[in-house]
Design a protein around this ligand. Structure first.
Ligand code: NDP
Length: 478
């Protein structure tokens, strides 16, 4: 047995991860249900490092040093259970199964518990960065036991992306499903970021009257400032691209129906269960859904809307600058919501997640990598118990300075009939959190009126009910 690590499931992600391990000097056992993939990997990339191809599960397991480390990169869901069922009986106490797929964190909790009872470590590891990241350095979010991380961490850290300061974009997130949970929220934030960028584009196109090439330039400029990020960078690339077949801007020939694989939806469903408001992520998921409802869109097409011309060129530039402010402020809000969700789950599941470390490992390798994440890391380093990023003095100051522009952009969007659910929801969340009083007091009154649900008072302890159907006297109920 000479392989430090094994990878089973050699589709695009698995084969790239295996190559990444091999390129870093590790001997990698490789296995796939259909042996042809294993053969193809060895034929095409066998020269890149030390691989031990295995046809059967037994051969694969026999090739591994103990404690064995098996990375599973198969289709999430039932296939993951099938692979676990196949390998677990062949393993010994202390061996590790690492699921690098996009598993739902509830499945990871279930699998971790089942394998723990059999003396095995199960590590749900979120992996972000797509196929390019898997090969050249992903951001890795491993959960599982502290003990498993000791045996696994150095290997994972060796293949992970490096942040600008050289530290690996991989850290032990917390027990059982903490890693897959954090990966899920990463994807939710990614949805929100993409939606906000899309809204900025729509405003520059419709209200500022910019052509896609000009918008690409605008994003390139923004990418040199506080918005500097992978997503802004690729946005400029996509917008600058011309369709070869028609000579038109690429963005104008792509069907405007956004698809999704489900991690954004999971984030929102889970947030609802945890009672955490993640309105930015929710609006992003719903915006994709709206775009895909072609029947609804066809039925409503042509309904009255405002008739507004694009701004005059002299005004357009100042407007574009305001859109940058609105985009930045909205982005801070979606990250604040995402971190709030991680923090709530960490408390609810007893994960004790280091919130700053999460920002640290997202600085490189993953889809939301950005200079901005270093700011989040510093905010939690300065104040580990920070209840919301919006309360960090640095972010609060920036949003304070951006808020006039932010409000004006949302108002302009409404005036021009440009849908900006992300910008609007972010602003509403900000205004709700900072408000002295919320109309929730009225909601409580209504609940008490129709359902005797009781309310608390601002001036006295206890629960109260007003006898709405009687003399409207108040009784204390608890
Ligand atoms: P796929 O999700 O397309 O899965 C294909 C692999 O799963 C093949 O190796 C296939 O084996 C194997 N497989 C399917 N069913 C079974 C089964 N019942 N038993 C054994 N093996 C099975 O591959 P990807 O590389 O795209 O993704 C792998 C995982 O990584 C997924 O969970 C995905 O969500 C996740 N992921 C993907 C990212 C991406 O950018 N693509 C990014 C991050 C994570 P066979 O060849 O025999 O059919």
């Amino acid at each position: 047995a000479t392989a430090q690590i094994g990878v089973t499931g050699l589709a695009v992600m698995g084969s790239n991860l295996a190559r990444n391990f091999a390129r870093h000097g590790h001997t990698v056992a490789v296995h796939n249900r259909t042996a042809a993939r294993t053969t193809a990997l060895i034929e095409e990339h066998g020269h890149e490092g030390d691989f031990i191809p295995a046809t059967t599960a037994e051969e694969f397991v026999a090739a591994l040093e103990k404690p064995r480390r098996i990375v599973v990169m198969v289709k999430a869901g039932a296939p993951t259970d099938a692979v676990i069922d196949e390998f677990a009986p062949l393993l010994e106490e202390g061996d590790m199964i690492i699921d690098g797929g996009n598993a739902h964190f509830a499945d990871t909790r279930r699998r971790e518990q089942a394998l723990r009872e059999r003396g095995l470590h199960f590590v749900g590891a979120g992996i972000s960065g797509g196929e390019e990241g898997a090969l050249n350095g992903p951001s890795i979010m491993p959960g599982g036991s502290e003990e498993s991380y000791k045996a696994l961490g150095p290997l994972l850290e060796s293949i992970a992306a490096k942040a600008p300061d050289g530290s690996p974009c991989c850290a032990h997130i917390g027990p059982d499903a903490a890693g897959h949970f954090v990966k899920m929220v990463h994807n939710g934030i990614e949805y929100a970021d993409m939606q906000l960028i899309a809204e900025a584009y729509d405003l520059l196109r419709t209200v500022a009257g910019y052509a896609p090439g000009r918008i690409a330039e605008t994003f390139r400029t923004w990418n040199t400032g506080r918005l500097d990020s992978y997503l802004i960078e690729i946005t400029a690339e996509v917008l600058a691209h011309t369709d070869a077949a028609t000579g038109r801007p690429f963005v104008d020939v792509v069907a405007d129906e956004a698809e999704q694989k489900g991690t954004g939806r999971w984030t929102v469903q889970t947030a609802l269960d945890l009672g955490v408001p993640v309105s930015g992520i929710a609006e992003a998921v719903f915006a994709r859904s709206v775009s895909g409802h072609t029947g609804l869109r066809r039925a409503a097409h042509g309904l009255p809307g405002p008739r507004r011309e694009a701004l005059a060129p002299a005004e357009a530039e100042a407007f574009a600058a305001r859109v940058e402010e609105a985009l930045y402020a909205s982005k801070v809000v979606s990250y604040a919501q995402g971190w709030n969700m991680i923090s709530s789950a960490s408390g609810a599941y007893g994960w004790d997640i280091d919130l700053g470390a999460v920002a640290g490992i997202w600085r490189g390798g993953c889809i939301i990598r950005a200079a901005f994440l270093d700011r989040i890391r510093s905010a939690f380093a300065a104040e580990p118990g920070l209840p919301t990023l919006l309360a960090d003095p640095g972010f609060a100051g920036e949003i304070g300075r951006a808020q006039d522009a932010w409000r004006s952009v949302v108002a302009t969007a409404v005036g021009h009939g440009v849908p900006t659910p992300g910008f609007s929801a972010a602003l509403a969340y900000y205004d709700a959190l900072r408000a002295d009083r919320l109309p929730a007091a009225l909601t409580q009154g209504q609940r008490d009126y129709f359902g005797a649900h009781t309310y608390r008072r601002t001036d006295r302890e206890g629960s109260f009910h007003t006898l709405w159907g009687g003399d409207r006297g108040e009784e204390r109920t608890g």
